[in-house]
Design a protein around this ligand. Sequence first.
Ligand code: FRU
Length: 509
Amino acid sequence: MQMHVNLDYRQHNWRLGFHLQTAVGWLSDPNGLCQFNGEYHIFHQYAPRWPWAGHGWGHWTSRDLTTWEFHRGAIIPEMELDKNGSYSGSAVVRDGQMWCYYTGNVLAPGKHNYDYEGRQANETLVISEDGRTFSDRKLVLGNDGYPDYCSCHVRDPKVWWQNDTWNMLLGARTMDDHPAMLLYQSPDGVNDWKLAGSCTTISGEPFGYMWECPNIVSLGGREFFFVCPQGVPSQVTKFQNNFNSGYFPVEGTVIDLLSGDPDLMDAEKPYGCIDENTFVELDYGFDFYAPQVFTDEKGRQILEGWMGLPDIEMQYQVPTYEWLHTLTWLRELSLNEAGNICQWPLPEYDALHGDRVEFTNEGAADSCGKLGTSNYDAFCICGAKGAKFANGTADVYLKGIEGEGRLMLNGDLELVVIGDMIELAFHGIAGGYRTVRRLPVAELSAGKLEDVRMVVDTSAVEIYINGGEKTMSTRWWPQEITNLSVTSTFNAEETYAYEMGRFTFLNVC
Ligand code: FRU
């Protein structure tokens, strides 16, 4: 299926103002997030010659989070350990050095199925003294060290120090296509990584067939175990994307959950169990996956996700032509009174705020004509308020919302509350193939929509609901790039927005 967009992609390339983007190629999972000697480092999966494979780690640095320097490929697949991809992983800052762990993907030559045989997953370490150059690669754990029940899909090391030892979580798929999580421990982070635990779901029913990109978060004295399940069947209001991201609140520690008594550990199957019904989804938009969490020098636990999804490249290929994907803003994690994890953009981004714009009836005046493509043509926009943004970007706030309403971008994309459902819906071609994502109002601990922040950047939209208790992250392909029209029919105490400046991108053409 082709998407019909009458645009010259080279002139109309939906480049972003304040999200990271490469000049060409593929960008995906955030990797190795850390703050090292004051500087923030964002790595990500990067294949500059996409659609030819060869994922390595792209690398960005910033001190203030608004000026970003691109250092191109920090880890490039080229060695025996990772010749078919330097896959995702995490960073640890220790002893004045940055230690990056990732999975080296190696495919055996010849004919193989590569799921159950023919692939090596090499957990690899590289060290940086200066945050710019990296040591030779060192294999710290390979196929020999994985339990027999694992298929060839074992990856995405999350490494951290706890219980006086170095811990590594690895996502896995079993030979019978169940998901599993593996825990390894090492005295020094280099040698003797030994299996110390594992888990799958409690019911024995598969919750997907693979868990990718594990993370561990500690908030309010409680641990949360983040995973990205692949293969959970979609439902109307749950798991709406092809792959999903979320967390399990854990009783006790993640290490306890996975480890238990080593003498009882079973070589035949994963050991610990987790109740899949406790899984909380992180995002309800169209484009969010593989988030990673790190703690910065201020002690903030910060999440960043990929605004994209794997295995649906065709949805993205046409619109931006030669560059694909972006990452969300960095979001601080906190717990609200209901004990749910909230995500909120770091305040450093407020430096991009320009003039504050109040929404007015006049600002919405010519929106009616633009609503012609909507499936909801019949709704009343009497009393709608709006504003226009000449450069196509805005940071929009609705506070103290009462009742139903809709917040529209150009009549192409709208966030709408109808009865007990919040919908993010595309009208026409701005969504590519996509139509709607749903968030039941009952998922909100307040029992109603109270406030919305919508960060609109050319072709990326991040929506923060009720203080970030729920988010909806999505790409869109508006036909009007520069003239952004934002219209609201919500009855809200305050409705305003900021015009937005741009990141300073160094080293990106
Ligand atoms: C998630 C993922 C990871 C893997 C990486 C390869 O999107 O599949 O599990 O390490 O992408 O690019």
